[in-house]
Design a protein around this ligand. Structure first.
Ligand code: SF4
Ligand code: SF4
Length: 386
């Protein structure tokens, strides 16, 4: 299992995480088997946003044998009222719901206390100025949460969170379909009509989010990596072609700042499919060819960091050079801001930097997205000065 730095937390998270949302449909033995299977494969991060007491108890029992090995994202603001899940900021209800979470997980703390599901910018600002963040700070001071995170589907909210030093992890809905969609405070818009999407490729606000998360070392953990299953079938995919779970996971893991993809699975077999990512070949991970040849929507002209263009005649890692170039260019904007030091350090640590490009053109025919590679290498060399 590959592990990645979880932002500034000092923790290392497995690139495949466990999104436990389907546990409510399972027998306890299945939940135990799922957690054991994941742990045996090296999965060490799990998300629990659910407020259903039965689900929390089932997860607690499954995690108990190896509690210390898990990084738990436990959500604050997810409550159970009259037999139903209710997201709330009501401080008369929030602390009791969090106490219940810890009790049912048989633990005195979670590694990441997640401010649960904030999709409106005004709501985010109210949280950061009021009782809710004060409560998160209390939890942090008491060691009941070790770090603060936030979950959102809205890139504008995620961008605001990246600018808050207290927030170290953002759980964000990320996949190639959502990446085409503009920011919205309504989750339903993400599952809406892709026929009306103005352009193709990654929406600028989402690209900005990935760049800011990388620059601020805010970890992104991924939810809805399969777009709720829509991407796995040609008739529901907005691209008109199916991707595999492994291809969806690879797409998410090739975005900047992403630490872990929390896969939502209903069976051990589906978990195994996701875990297959680790041993998958480059061809099996290759989302790029699928998207480039898709009958609907295309990412033409944009680098998807897929690595298809390798090998470079002089040894440049073209995908990485392109990624650092995009991150730097986004930060620099109209030239007012400098290249972020962390991006520059990553770029300069490459064995061969973009200035070595001889414009031989050998790589270009291998790019499924028609990216003008020598031009971009020249631009990267100019921006970084080497
Ligand atoms: S054009 Fe540049 S980046 Fe592409 S193979 Fe030639 S030297 Fe490498
Ligand atoms: S230049 Fe093309 S082939 Fe190379 S990483 Fe970018 S999208 Fe992939």
């Amino acid at each position: 299992m590959e592990y990645r730095k979880l932002g500034r937390t000092g923790l290392e998270a497995s690139v495949i995480g466990f999104g436990a949302e389907w546990i409510g449909q399972m027998e306890q033995a299945e939940v135990n088997a799922m957690a054991a299977r994941g742990a045996a494969a090296g999965v060490n991060i799990v998300d629990c946003w659910m407020s259903d007491p039965a689900v929390r108890s089932a997860l607690g029992e499954a995690l108990a044998p190896a509690r210390d090995q898990w990084i738990i994202q436990g959500h604050v603001g997810s409550t159970w009222q009259d037999g139903q899940y209710v997201r709330t900021r009501d401080m008369a209800l929030v602390p009791a719901a969090f106490d219940d979470l810890l009790a049912r997980l048989h633990t005195d703390h979670v590694e990441i206390g997640m401010i649960h599901y904030v999709d409106a910018c005004d709501e985010f600002r109210a949280i950061m100025a009021g009782d809710f963040i004060a409560y998160m700070r209390e939890l942090l001071a008491a060691g009941r949460i070790r770090h603060i995170g936030l979950s959102t589907h809205n890139p504008e909210v995620a961008l605001l969170a990246c600018e808050e030093p207290e927030i170290e992890v953002v759980m964000f809905s990320l996949n190639p379909a959502f990446d085409m969609m503009p920011a919205s405070e309504d989750l339903e818009d993400l599952f809406g009509d892709y026929e009306n999407v103005a352009g193709d490729g990654i929406e600028p606000v989402r690209a900005r989010l990935y760049a800011r998360a990388e620059a601020t070392e805010t970890a992104l953990t991924v939810m809805k990596g399969y777009a709720g299953g829509r991407l796995l079938a040609a008739d529901t995919s907005p691209f008109g072609v199916a991707l595999t779970p492994v291809q969806c996971i690879h797409y998410a893991l090739t975005r900047p700042a992403v630490a872990s993809v929390m896969v939502g699975v209903e069976t051990v077999e589906q978990l195994d499919e996701a875990l297959g990512y680790e041993g998958a070949t480059a061809a099996e991970r290759d989302y790029a060819s699928v998207l480039a040849g898709a009958p609907k929507h295309a990412y033409m002209g944009q680098c998807a960091y897929c690595g298809h263009c390798a090998p470079c005649a002089v040894g440049i890692n073209i995908a990485l050079a392109n990624k650092f170039y995009d991150l730097a260019e986004m930060a620099v904007g109209d030239g007012a801001a400098p290249v972020p030091a962390s991006v520059r350090a990553h770029y300069e640590a490459m064995a061969v930097t973009a200035d070595a490009c001889t414009a031989c053109g050998q790589c270009e025919p291998r790019c499924p997205f028609g990216v003008p590679i020598p031009e971009r290498m020249e631009a990267a060399a100019a921006l970084f000065g080497c």
